[in-house]
Design a binder for this molecule. Structure first.
Ligand code: SF4
Length: 234
């Protein structure tokens, strides 16, 4: 039996399920968590977070009840929502009185923030500059950081090598020693056979790190045959 949880007067006591279904609010046909009648609050689908994660919801509520930045953000966000949107009596629509940018500016002012930073995709650098100018015009000090910060090539964080490991396993199971020669190494030898023993040792270690990463992601599985560990695509 899972632990019983009661975190709200409107939500009946829930048992923490042994097997949870991941949340998929995007597929919810009822949005029962925003009900007209509190009695409907548990009418969501099987994957509803109210039915699958009552313990986590309880923890989140506890965080919001403690003094600190999470509570302050929640309180000011709720105040702002009351100012910037309204639903007519008996209606379901939400009427906005502020744009999202106006809301963001007002929220920062309500929080007492003077400095605002924007982290953005390189493709949105123009929009981020405009946003920054709007915030500056409202008296904020602004900072921007683009996703390309550091100019690190994707190959430097192993992304190309992960692809090479997958390609090496596409034609069947292999040991780490068999995968390593299929990877591109930044070293001046024409073939794997010519690599010095020490370089081979480093290369095999790095190959194993990539395989283990793919294993943790569920993309590669291992099995032991005659004292050999073989890897294959999952
Ligand atoms: S009722 Fe449950 S599944 Fe539907 S939107 Fe709300 S939390 Fe998501």
């Amino acid at each position: 039996m899972g632990k019983k949880i009661k975190y709200s007067k409107y939500v009946p006591e829930q048992e923490v399920p042994e097997v949870r279904k991941p949340p998929q609010c995007n597929d919810c046909p009822v949005v029962a968590c925003w009900p007209h009648d509190p009695a409907d609050v548990m009418k969501g689908p099987d994957f509803c977070a109210l039915k699958n994660y009552p313990d986590l919801i309880e923890k989140a509520k506890e965080i919001y009840l403690k003094e600190g930045i999470d509570r302050e953000i929640q309180l000011q966000g709720a105040r702002l929502e009351g100012i910037s949107s309204s639903t007519p009596p008996g209606g379901t629509e939400i009427n906005m009185t502020l744009t999202r940018i106006e809301e963001a500016i007002m929220f920062c002012k309500m929080m007492g923030w003077k400095k605002v930073g924007f982290a953005h995709c390189i493709g949105m650098i123009g929009e981020a500059m405009e946003l920054s100018a709007i915030f500056k015009a409202r008296g904020f000090e602004t900072y921007q950081i683009c996703c390309k910060v550091g100019a690190i090539e994707k190959t430097e964080i192993g992304i190309a090598r992960l692809k090479e490991v997958i390609a090496a396993l596409e034609d069947g199971e292999k040991t780490t020693f068999q995968v390593a020669p299929c990877i591109t190494w930044d070293i001046d030898y024409r073939s794997w056979e010519l690599f010095p023993a020490g370089q081979k040792w480093f290369a095999v270690g790095e190959t194993l790190a990539h395989i283990k990463y793919l294993e943790e992601q569920g993309m590669v599985r291992r099995e032991t045959q005659e004292n050999k560990i073989l890897f294959s695509l999952a």
